[in-house]
Design a protein around this ligand. Structure first.
Ligand code: OAD
Length: 271
């Protein structure tokens, strides 16, 4: 991997020191080192599970009815890594940044790892897999990671018993059910759904107020989230990007978030 030039470290540290309001935009890449697959990398989730069948509520429902085994494989691929994940060095560094400088995190991730690392000012614009809501969006309960793991274990049992659709649906009842009483689903945003509120409205406000954008581990391809960056830039914010591949803004710190962010926070703390 290319080493980050020292000028880039210096410039990034200067921008962080001078900023009055930092907004950090995070995507799947920040959780990659916690063992959660990204979406669009070579081994990303959408390679095996195309979004038209797995990232819309209609597509998912159709797959559940017609291909319960494939549906269960997708759910396991999503749930198990999040159920067993712990915050990595990048999440922890951002929690520390919040203690040092005025910082808000806007994340597209649904894994709850920023909060688990200790960050407080977090907007989850794609919702959270740990929050369960009624089909109409009203809150029901917050699950723990162990609850997600139990769903994965039940899915395995459904497989051992022969992948009947009704067994798969029974296995996922803690997170998804359809009933006259209102049903339940995870509070996540799929394609074609509105972004999560109030997080999305707050995120737009944050863009108007910030003077530094720190983007970490997002390909920036999914709208309208991707537009936040341009809105911040149009409002005059400087921009730093941390990503092995994506280069945009004033300073590129090329590499893995778990290597770059802890070092950046160390430099910020140095006298
Ligand atoms: P993507 O999979 O599109 O992009 C992941 C980004 O992370 C890429 O730019 C990688 O280069 C980078 N990356 C990989 N490993 C990294 C590491 N260790 N450190 C830093 N960066 C790393 O994921 P997102 O941009 O988050 O939405 O995708 C946005 C949305 O697309 C998701 O929220 C989801 C998906 O479809 C919905 O499902 C609605």
């Amino acid at each position: 991997m290319t080493a980050v030039p020292s000028d880039n470290w210096n410039e990034a540290t200067r921008l962080l020191r001078e900023a009055q309001k930092i907004v950090v935009l995070t995507g799947a890449g920040i959780s990659a080192e916690s063992g959660i697959a990204t979406f669009r990398d070579d081994r990303g989730l959408w390679q095996e599970f195309p979004p038209d069948r797995f990232a819309t509520w209609n597509g998912l429902l159709e797959t559940a009815l017609l291909e319960p085994r494939k549906f269960a494989a997708f759910l396991t691929a999503v749930l198990e890594p999040i159920a067993t994940a712990r915050p990595n060095a990048a999440h922890t560094a951002l929690a520390e940044l919040e203690q040092l400088r005025p910082t808000t995190i806007i994340t597209q991730n649904v894994d709850g790892l920023h909060q688990a690392a200790g960050s407080r000012d977090v907007r989850e614009i794609h919702g959270s897999l740990l929050e369960i809501v009624r089909l109409n969006g009203s809150p029901v309960e917050t699950l723990g990671r162990d609850d997600l793991l139990r769903v994965v274990e039940e899915l395995r049992r459904a497989g051992e018993a022969g992948w009947a659709g009704f067994r798969v649906l029974r296995a996922i009842q803690p997170i998804f059910s359809v009933s006259l009483a209102g049903g339940r689903r995870p509070n996540v945003v799929l394609f074609g759904s509105q972004l999560a509120e109030p997080a999305w409205s707050q995120a737009q406000e944050d863009m108007r107020a910030c003077d530094l954008l720190l983007t970490v581990g997002t390909s920036g391809t999914v709208e309208p989230a991707a537009s936040l960056w341009s809105w911040g830039r149009q409002a005059g914010a400087k921009a730093i990007t941390i990503d092995p591949h994506v280069r945009q803004g004033d300073v590129w710190l090329q590499g893995r978030a778990g290597d770059i962010l802890p070092r950046l926070v160390q430099l910020l703390k140095a006298p």
